[in-house]
Every structure is written in C-alpha cells, then in structure tokens.
Design a protein around this ligand. Structure first.
Ligand SMILES: [Zn+2]
Length: 189
C-alpha cells in the first residue's frame, strides 16, 4: 500500500474516504434501488407501455425486501422496521426466509447477478405452497374451528396471467440485484 508513505494529512484523507465507501448498509442498498426505480419505469414504459412500467416499478420496490442480503441470519434495519410497522407480523416474513439465510453463505451464490435472483424466485415458488399448506393444516388442527381440507390440484388459466408486467418485474428485480452486487464490490460488509 504505497500511500502510507505519503504525508500524514493525505493518509488521513484517504482513510476517511475509504471509511465512507466501505459501509454499504441495507438502507444504502434500498436508496440505490429507489434511485434505479424511475429510470427502470421510464425504460419499461417506452419499450412496453403501461403494463411493463407497472411491472418494472413493482420489481424495483420488491427488491427493497427481496434482495441478495437475505443470505444473512441477522436482522437488517429494513427488516426490523418492517417488523415494528407490521405489529410483529413481519416475523412471519423473517421465518419464511430463515432457511434461505441458513442455507446460503453471505455474499455467496445469493449475490451472483441473475443467478441469485433466479434462486430467490425459485425459493418463493417452492416454499409459498409449502407454508400455505402447513398453515391450513395448523388451522385444521384447532378443533373448534371445524375446518375441512380438500386436496386438489389447482387449475391455472395461463392466458389470464399478465406475462408482460411479470416479465418486466423480474427484469427490474434482476437489475436491482445486479446493482446491489455492484455496490457491494465497494463495501466490506
Ligand atoms: Zn449484499
């Protein structure tokens, strides 16, 4: 590190600048994502119209909660705020992502652009039915509620799904996650 041989004031200013860029907190990531939202919405609107713009906006906003840092077991500032503002219901959200946090090392696969986004979407697609099923079974176990459960495969009308908005949403989510990865390159935590 050559700069340690420079005069003291220069070393100090280098260190101050370094200290400023190494801390990329959850809030800093959320702000970076919000900065990306407007250009994303604009680009989507120009290329695909209103539905695309809504999808892109939603994808960016979702990235504030569904992002590469879900690979950490600790509570982030955003998660803590969510728990407080939802009167504790946010703990269900944390519980949902807890196996993901345990199964991924911090800044491992979860942080790889595109791949990390795909893994999280797959996780949601696989585990939401599992947790909803467990929730229904739990409710059924409460005798006074007398809930009957019938198991059947859902019939999905594929033509009714807004694919354009969904596609742009996924693209915006992937773009936000790539930005997260890029910002982390300059951060030590
Ligand atoms: Zn990160």
């Amino acid at each position: 590190m050559g700069y340690v041989w420079y005069p003291g004031w220069f070393v100090a200013s280098r260190n101050v600048r370094k200290a400023q860029i190494v801390k990329m907190t959850g809030t800093a990531h959320a702000n970076a994502t919000l900065l990306l939202t407007l250009p994303c919405i604009y680009a989507a609107y120009r290329l695909g119209g209103k539905e695309a713009a809504i999808g892109a906006g939603a994808g960016c906003v979702i990235a504030i909660w569904v992002n590469p840092d879900l690979d950490q077991e600790g509570l982030s500032q955003i998660e803590w705020t969510t728990v407080k503002r939802t009167f504790g219901l946010g703990f269900l959200w944390l519980l949902f992502w807890w196996p993901y946090a345990v199964g991924h090392s911090h800044r491992g696969m979860s942080h790889v652009p595109v791949l990390g986004t795909a893994v999280r979407l797959l996780y949601v697609a696989l585990f939401i039915p599992v947790y909803v099923g467990l929730g229904v079974l739990f409710v059924k176990l409460i005798p006074i509620l007398d809930v009957r459960v019938a198991l059947r495969w859902p019939t999905i009308d594929w033509t009714s799904i807004p694919w354009l908005g969904l596609g742009w949403g996924v693209a915006a989510l992937a773009a936000s996650d790539a930005l997260h990865w890029f910002c982390d390159l300059f951060s030590s935590q």
